[in-house]
Design a protein around this ligand. Structure first.
Ligand SMILES: [Zn+2]
Length: 268
């Protein structure tokens, strides 16, 4: 079967050593979606490639797509951006790990998604200089869910159609819809979001990009409610419990201990 020459920008989502001198990388490419590729001899002669294909790096790739083989083959990789600021802070690094792992979990191979690619690149750029990661990660989750077509509307109550307002709204996961406090009954079965969290959700959703953070009236409660709601939907979207979150929690905990002034309500 003939190999097809491809050129595209691509981000390194994962990388593994392969034998003495080679690597296996999982790349999220702009034009061709996620691919698995072999990089022969890169550890013996990294200069030949122009990039070491480190984790989270953005590269201009030339590769050979090999249908019916386990791996494509990388021919050249020129480094475009290594997002150097990510490695300076464990919280940023953990957040970068979170969004790249989430991208990996939410995509299948050979299914191009340029919008998600751009979202991932802009999120990594935003994280690089971020004092904290909370809103960048929430923005990423929100956009991922929206692009995946699984973001429910919070414009009004699914039952009576009234605008959701005080004292709270209830998200019923079984219906994936919001009910107002009047329609939700007394049992409060579901996830409760107060007006502050709904307002923050609207603000975040209206932002044009990940780097324009202007989340106004935030409190620890707003953060907790938003995180819980988005996590529920992210788990639903990728169809499994998302384990890297646990890893990120540990990183965030370390980051907060080092930067108590920005800890707020915690990263998650
Ligand atoms: Zn209602």
């Amino acid at each position: 079967m003939r190999a097809h020459l491809r050129k595209s920008a691509g981000l390194v989502l994962r990388r593994y050593d392969f034998r003495e001198t080679s690597l296996i990388v999982i790349l999220f490419t702009e034009k061709y979606g996620k691919i698995r590729a072999l990089v022969k001899g890169i550890k013996r002669d990294p200069r030949r490639f122009g990039s070491r294909l480190d984790l989270f790096t953005l590269n201009e790739l030339v590769f050979y797509a090999r249908p019916h083989r386990d791996f494509d083959l990388v021919g050249q990789a020129a480094l475009l951006d290594h997002f150097g600021g990510l490695s300076e802070d464990v919280g940023r690094f953990g957040a970068a790990g979170y969004v790249t792992e989430l991208t990996h979990a939410a995509t299948v191979e050979h299914d191009p998604d340029p919008a998600l690619f751009q979202l991932l690149v802009s999120t990594l750029q935003g994280l690089e200089g971020a004092q904290e990661q909370f809103w960048l990660m929430r923005f990423f989750e929100l956009r991922l869910l929206k692009q995946g077509g699984v973001l429910p509307s919070w414009a009004c109550c699914a039952k009576c159609r009234k605008t959701l307002s005080s004292p709270y709204a209830v998200f019923r996961f079984s219906e994936r819809a919001f009910l107002c406090s009047g329609c939700s009954g007394t049992a409060r079965e579901g996830l409760v979001l107060h007006p502050g969290a709904l307002e923050a959700l609207s603000q975040l959703s209206a932002q044009p990009s990940a780097d324009s953070q202007d989340a106004a009236a935030e409190t620890p409660e707003v953060r907790r409610e938003l995180s819980a709601w988005l996590r529920l939907l992210v788990d639903y979207h990728i169809g499994q419990r998302f384990r890297p979150l646990e890893f990120l929690r540990k990183c965030a905990h370390v980051a907060e201990a080092r930067h108590p002034s920005v800890s707020g309500a915690g990263v998650l």
